[in-house]
Structures are given as structure tokens and as C-alpha cells.
Design a protein around this ligand. Structure first.
Ligand code: NAD
Length: 357
């Protein structure tokens, strides 16, 4: 098969880590007989410097015309003094909205070889965990009506959590479809004991669940979920939740894996085109030094194969290669900790992964 991929390398370590993902995809193409055609488009600070705006029109058009999109990271100190709506990070919201992306998938998986990096107690991490957070991305309180007004005690501010049945239905379907490709368990997180929007959420999720009789669907209140993620993360598989709850819980879940350089993400919409990116930023402190850990971006490319192109075997192959490299003790500087391992550069660890593929 032939796939056209838009590359948004962005700023800081973006170009280095995206280059690693491209090498891995080329190797997968060679092994399984696919051709990946890559086209670069500007985004973020580099786009501001060259084109005068963080998200040029040709970038949006290029991404819309592509089969899928891989993004490095944007931002850096050079652009930190720009006003909020002119900053490189604004381009991220722009591209997500232009591509109609309403789902954010964030895996939080503990690699056994890295379990010492987790801040959780050994007896908890011993059991391992592999959580897939499915976060609604375009509704809820971040997009609801807001304002300031005079209240009983003087000036007050308000933000509104509102969800339509349509928005809940479509994110629930993504969660159940995702669960069908995993262990067929969904935990739906809400605050239905207090919030009306959560009661509609719960009702709707359970109605959609009837279309997926093989999937076990249970509810969990958000406050309990926050506790359970650190108490017993092994109990979770697919977790589906609203925009704000997902924002908070996905950061919590990512931190218990212990390593920001390992965490991939996917943003998906109505069609198979997705935006795949590491969860970390542009790491300006190590940019241009060949020190960055490219694994989050490589695993994001694996997610692209799995979720946009349904290339399951190819995606598994990348994930297994990463696992083997870690099992053999290879580490980039961010993963070394007190292990005494000699840090490999971004290109060296990429080579090790290519060898395993
Ligand atoms: P960051 O994630 O860039 O870096 C935090 C720390 O983690 C740094 O010490 C960095 O060196 C390290 N780190 C991050 N990724 C790494 C990797 N792959 N390998 C090794 N070490 C890694 O967060 P920050 O420093 O708060 O932000 C830097 C810039 O990135 C800011 O301009 C911020 O706005 C931007 N940012 C962009 C995105 C994005 O593009 N999606 C996300 C978050 C932050």
C-alpha cells in the first residue's frame, strides 16, 4: 500500500525525533511492502519566523490532503514573549480544529524494563499496567459559555460544562471500537452523583454499549478514578471521559509510567486521518544536541499504523522492537536515572530499534 504522510516537525527537538520516526516507517515499509511518502509542512515557531504565522494555510491544506499527520513539537523561548494568540502553541489548537479531531487517545503503558522510573511503589508496578485514555477533545467546559457577572458577593466568573448526546455518542463509539482491539473492557469516568452533564454522559454511554455486547462497560466517578490510578493502575484498560476530566487524568496516568520521552498520542476525527504526536514539548534545553529520546514519536507512528491504516502487525512490530531495545538495556539520557547505563544518542537508539525491526 501507498500512504501520504504530512510531517510537521516544528521546533526544538521536533526535527530530530520526527527524523527517527521516518526512518522507522521506511524500515517497516521495506519489511512489509508499503510505501510511505512524506511531505514537510511548517508549524509553530519556525512557521512564524518564515511565514509570519504559526499555522500557514499551505500547512492546513497539506494536512487535509494527506492520509495522516505526524507532529514533532512546537514552541521555545524565542517565541515566549509573543502575545497568547500569536504563540506557536496556538497552532496546535488550530490544526486540531481544522482536521476536525474530537478524540484524544493517550496510552499510558509501563515498560517492565523501565519500572524503576515509575514513582509508584514496587509492589504496585510489579503488576504492570497498560491504560488507554480516550478523552473527548472538542466539547465540555473548555468550549462552553463563560463570562464574568455581578453575583451575590460581587464580581464572579463562570464556565459551563455542556455535552450533547451526539458528542457523547461519537466518543463512546471510539472507546468501544478501541476496546474491541484490546481487552474488551471500558471504564467510563464521570461525576454523575453531582453533574447533570455527567448523568447524560452515563445514560448515553450505556445506550451505545448495547451495540458492543462483547465489551464490559462500567462506570467510575472521577475522584475515585484519580485515586485508583495510583492505587491499582492494573485494573484499567480503556478509560473514556470528558475533555476536562481526560485532561487531568491522562496527565496523571502518563506520569506513573515515569518517562515523558516514551509517551505517544493520537488525535482522531470522523475519518481515518489522525494527528500523531509525542505528549512532550520541544525540549529547548536539549534541542540540536542529538540527545532527545525519539521513542514517544516512534510509538506515535506505530499508533498511526494501527488506528489510521489498520496495519496491526506492523504496529506490533514497532512496539516489540522498542520493548526489545529497552530489555537489552539501551537507554537515552532521560531514561538512564541511577541505572549506570551509558546514554545513547537519538540516532543511536533509533539504529538499535531499526535493527530489531
Ligand atoms: P518539554 O516537554 O519540552 O520538556 C520538559 C523536560 O523534559 C525538559 O527537561 C526536556 O529536556 C525533557 N524532555 C521532553 N521531551 C524529551 C525527550 N523526547 N527526550 C528527552 N528529554 C525530553 O516541556 P517544557 O520545557 O515545559 O516546554 C518546552 C516548550 O515546548 C515550550 O515552548 C512549551 O510551550 C512547548 N510545548 C509544546 C508541546 C507540543 O508541541 N505539543 C507540548 C508541551 C509543551
Amino acid at each position: 500500500m501507498n500512504y501520504n504522510i504530512a510531517l510537521l516537525k516544528g521546533d526544538g527537538i521536533g526535527p530530530e525525533i520526527v527524523a527517527s520516526a521516518v526512518k522507522v516507517l521506511d524500515k517497516i515499509g521495506e519489511k512489509y511492502g508499503h510505501t510511505f511518502n512524506f511531505t514537510d509542512y511548517l508549524i509553530g515557531g519556525i512557521a512564524i519566523d518564515t511565514k509570519g504565522e504559526g499555522l500557514p494555510k499551505e500547512t492546513v491544506e497539506g494536512c487535509l490532503a494527506a492520509d495522516s499527520v505526524i507532529l514533532g513539537a512546537v514552541g521555545g523561548p524565542k517565541w515566549d514573549t509573543l502575545p497568547g494568540d500569536k504563540r506557536p502553541e496556538k497552532a496546535l489548537l488550530g490544526i486540531r480544529s481544522a482536521l476536525g479531531l474530537f478524540t484524544n487517545l493517550r496510552p499510558a503503558k509501563l515498560y517492565p524494563a523501565l519500572k524503576d522510573a515509575s514513582p509508584l511503589r514496587t509492589d504496585i508496578v510489579e503488576k504492570g499496567f497498560d491504560i488507554m485514555m480516550v478523552r473527548e477533545l472538542t466539547g465540555g467546559i473548555y468550549f462552553g459559555e463563560r463570562g464574568r457577572r455581578q453575583g451575590k458577593y460581587g464580581e464572579e466568573a463562570y464556565d459551563t460544562e455542556a455535552y450533547s448526546v451526539m458528542e457523547i455518542e461519537r466518543i463512546a463509539r471510539v472507546a468501544f471500537e478501541t476496546a474491541m482491539k484490546r481487552s474488551k473492557r471500558v471504564i467510563s469516568v464521570d461525576k454523575a452523583n453531582v453533574l447533570e452533564s455527567s448523568r447524560l454522559w452515563r445514560e448515553t454511554v450505556h445506550r451505545i454499549a448495547k451495540d458492543y455486547p462483547e465489551v464490559e462497560c462500567t462506570d467510575m466517578l472521577v475522584d475515585n478514578t484519580a485515586m485508583q490510578i495510583v492505587r491499582n493502575p492494573a485494573q484499567f484498560d480503556v478509560v473514556v471521559t470528558s475533555n476536562m476530566f481526560g485532561d487531568i487524568l491522562s496527565d496523571e496516568a502518563s506520569q506513573i509510567t515515569g518517562s515523558i520521552g516514551m509517551l505517544a498520542s493520537a488525535s482522531l476525527g470522523d475519518n481515518t486521518r489522525g494527528l500523531y504526536e509525542p505528549i512532550h514539548g520541544s525540549a529547548p534545553d536539549i534541542a540540536g544536541q542529538n540527545k532527545a529520546n525519539p521513542i514517544a514519536t516512534i510509538l506515535s507512528a506505530a499508533m498511526m499504523l494501527r488506528y489510521s491504516f489498520s496495519l496491526t502487525e506492523e504496529a506490533d512490530c514497532i512496539e516489540e522492537a522498542v520493548n526489545k531495545v529497552l530489555e537489552k538495556g539501551y537507554r537515552t539520557a532521560d531514561l538512564c536515572g541511577d541505572s549506570g547505563a551509558t546514554p545513547l544518542s537519538c540516532t543511536e537508539i533509533t539504529e538499535r530499534i531499526l535493527e530489531e525491526i
